[in-house]
Design a protein around this ligand. Structure first.
Ligand code: SAH
Length: 487
């Protein structure tokens, strides 16, 4: 069983720093013996641009059985042969999680004397695990990892490629990508969630597992929408432990909500801030343009879809014309920061009644989004892979159908005007694409046609005679909010 961790870099921030962060030198293959076999760490590639570390666990199935630990699911011993012939040697499971924590324990704690500043900052990461037993399927994999800021690709592994009619096995090939997490956070997510997906622990769950779970879950488990499932599966459904963990998590959540400084978190999540925001407060101009357009349309109840850290929600709250403001984002981390920024827990009742934040993905239709006056997608579409855009389009224009939809996105033509942006680069490392004015227009006009909306375009920021404005905004309007007949 194995997993790989890849990062990319530049000459100033070489990808090979991964070796420092993991405390394992890229030039040497190293082996560590654990109670269940040997863990190898090696680097299939180690360059300035790209560096990949692989953790390979060579499980000794016989030792596993001899130690009385080759139990099957739910703790019942498998049939005699199954003890030897089972998935443990190759499927990523709790064994791999234990190996991770043994081999990368400093990295998991975020300790790195050689590169302390890099250990503390998010970096582009790609994690691949070829076979994860996923009880709950691809859907559960998404529900576990997406709220933490991962982009998830999980493909079911066929039972036997020679017999496709046999269908899929319960394994998935998992690829996770993110640019918003530190390596320590990423390792802690894997340490907890791999065994949760497997839903079978190879060892007896002792009471100190609660401590391990809380330590590894620090900073992300308390606000995770699947916290209950994670806790219960991680603790092998031992109710007394599960209850203890939940109570302690609740305490952590309350304490955190109280004393964390928003500024401090903003700094830690600096990667989310876009290049453009340093030279010009373009973000402010964008918010002003959005608020003016909402005002023109007389919108009072507004959705901020992909609200991120809640800056727009905060600005809307200050304006009495907006009576209900709903921020939606797929990232739990962003929502946690948004809720701290807004000080939701310290708001008066009337303010609190005006604002709601919830987790959701725009790639799925969601009844909670119906019945609003307007929806804003500010700098969101470019964060979706192009094949997912039709799903977003349907969820917003087909199903939610507010009278007004505002979409802003970077104008890629303007990128030559950013001094700090090297040629050919996008403005933010999570952007899947950036459109020219013509490309945006083509997309927006097609969307409007398909769903019976009118659309007009507006420049945000200085409108350069040659390359246009830095931000482009489409204002979609419809008077009849009933489902349009497909054009
Ligand atoms: N609207 C904010 C944030 C833009 S960053 C602003 O203008 O500053 C893009 C945001 O979209 C991120 O917070 C990201 O988590 C969110 N996002 C990306 N894909 C999403 C999806 N499928 N569903 C919901 N939110 C998504």
């Amino acid at each position: 069983m194995f997993l790989t961790i890849t990062t990319t870099g530049t000459p100033q921030r070489p990808a090979t720093d991964l070796g420092f962060l993991l405390h394992k030198h890229p030039d040497r293959a190293q082996a560590f013996s654990t109670s269940y076999g040997t863990a190898h760490v090696l680097y299939p590639e180690a360059g300035v641009d790209r560096c990949t570390a692989a953790l390979l666990l060579d499980v000794d199935a016989v030792a596993l059985v001899r130690r009385g630990k080759g139990k099957g699911r739910g703790g019942a011993p498998d049939a005699a042969l199954a003890q030897y012939v089972n998935d443990r040697p190759y499927a990523a499971s709790s064994l791999l999680a234990v190996a991770l924590s043994a081999v990368f324990s400093s990295a998991m704690r975020g300790v790195c004397k050689a590169r302390p500043e890099r250990a503390a900052e998010p970096l582009p990461l790609r994690v691949e695990v070829p076979a994860v037993p996923a009880r709950g399927g691809v859907d559960l994999v998404r529900r576990l990892f997406e709220p933490l800021g991962w982009r998830v690709a999980a493909e079911p592994v066929p039972l036997d490629t020679a017999f496709p009619e046999w269908g899929d096995s319960r394994y998935v090939r998992l690829t996770l990508e993110s640019a918003e997490l530190t390596l320590a956070e990423a390792l802690r997510h894997l340490y907890v969630l791999l065994p949760v997906l497997d839903d079978a622990k190879h060892y007896w769950v002792a009471p100190d597992e609660v401590d391990k779970l809380l330590r590894a879950g620090e900073g992300w488990l308390p606000g995770h929408p699947e916290q209950q499932l994670i806790t219960s599966r991680y603790l092998s459904r031992r109710w007394s432990l599960t209850r203890e963990a939940r109570e302690r998590l609740e305490l952590v959540r309350l304490a955190e909500a109280d004393d964390t400084d928003v500024e401090e978190i903003d700094n830690a999540v600096g990667a989310e801030r876009e290049v453009e925001e340093k030279p010009t407060p373009l973000a402010v101009q964008r918010r002003d343009a959005i608020i003016a357009a909402l005002g023109d349309r007389g919108a009072a109840r507004v959705l901020d879809l992909g609200c991120g850290q809640g800056q727009l929600v905060q600005a809307l709250l200050k304006d009495a014309r907006f009576t209900e403001i709903v921020g939606v984002d797929v990232s739990m981390r962003a929502l946690t920061i948004a809720s701290r920024r807004l000080k939701v827990d310290r708001m008066g009742e009337r303010q609190a009644a005006r604002v709601k934040l919830f987790q959701g993905s725009l790639a799925y239709t969601d009844n909670r989004l119906k019945g609003y006056d307007a929806a804003v997608l500010s700098e969101v579409v470019e964060h979706l892979d192009p094949p997912r855009l039709p799903a977003l389009e349907y969820a917003v224009f087909g199903a939610a159908r507010p009278r007004t939809v505002l979409v802003t996105t970077p104008n890629v033509e303007y990128n030559v005007r950013w001094e700090s942006l090297p040629a050919g680069h996008v403005r933010h490392r999570d952007h899947r694409f950036e459109w020219t004015r013509a490309e945006f227009r083509t997309w927006a006009e097609a969307v409007a046609r398909r769903h019976g909306y009118d659309v007009r375009f507006q420049a945000v920021g200085p409108d350069d005679p040659e390359v246009g404005p830095p931000t482009q905004m489409a204002v979609f309007t419809v008077e009849n909010v009933k489902e349009a007949k497909a054009a």
